[in-house]
Design a protein around this ligand. Structure first.
Ligand SMILES: Cc1cc2nc3c(=O)[nH]c(=O)nc-3n(C[C@H](O)[C@H](O)[C@H](O)COP(=O)(O)O)c2cc1C
Length: 176
């Protein structure tokens, strides 16, 4: 897909077909997300990909509130985390006042690549920040050193959502 089309056509999709996503396609998307930049190439983003029916059902039921369960029904789920205390840290000391926010920043970049890679592969996504991180940690055995951030639904869309309006450029950007 042409780049401008890709960024304009990506939407948060909240209705998916009951059509499994091939694991090889998911692997490709996750691999493309790895191309995102990160602080000193520290690559602290981690992904936990739920593609099979049984784990998906359990993850959805235990790890998501009901509205996000409904919105992501039929889609695969990718949990994204980052390893704390590494990105923008030297010998355990934060390099800037932002501390671990840089780890979250790196993961945001990673996830942006991921949703665009999914779109490019003919899939749609929903980033979900409302989730039960403790239930997800227990179910997927995610190490304590990682902060669990988002759950991303990836699947075949069953709706055509309208473009959500963006603020005027003058409100969010200043040019000097
Ligand atoms: C960090 C983050 C967390 C979000 N969490 C949720 C969520 O829990 N449930 C949901 O339905 N949408 C969630 N969204 C989707 C946003 O509502 C959506 O991206 C925004 O309204 C803009 O719409 P668009 O993605 O279609 O451009 C989240 C988006 C981001 C970036």
């Amino acid at each position: 897909m042409e780049f401008n089309e890709l960024i304009v056509e990506r939407r948060s999709v909240r209705a998916y077909k009951d059509q499994p996503v091939d694991v090889e396609i998911l692997k490709k998307i996750v691999e493309q997300a790895q191309m995102a930049p990160s602080w000193k190439n520290s690559q602290t983003a981690r992904t936990y990909v739920a593609a099979s029916k049984e784990i998906l059902e359990e993850l959805r039921a235990k790890g998501l509130p009901s509205f996000n369960q409904k919105s992501s029904s039929g889609a695969a789920l990718i949990v994204t985390t980052f390893v704390r205390g590494v990105s923008a840290f030297t010998n355990g000391v934060a390099d800037t006042e932002l501390g671990d926010k840089w780890g979250a920043y790196d993961l945001g970049l990673h996830d942006a690549y991921l949703v665009l890679a999914a779109k490019n592969a003919g899939l749609d996504t929903l980033i979900m920040g409302l989730r039960d991180y403790q239930a997800i940690r227990a179910l997927l055995q995610i190490p304590e050193e990682e902060d669990i951030v988002s759950v991303i639904a990836v699947g075949y869309r069953d709706q055509e959502p309208a473009l959500r309006p963006r603020k005027p450029l003058e409100e969010v950007a200043k040019f000097f």
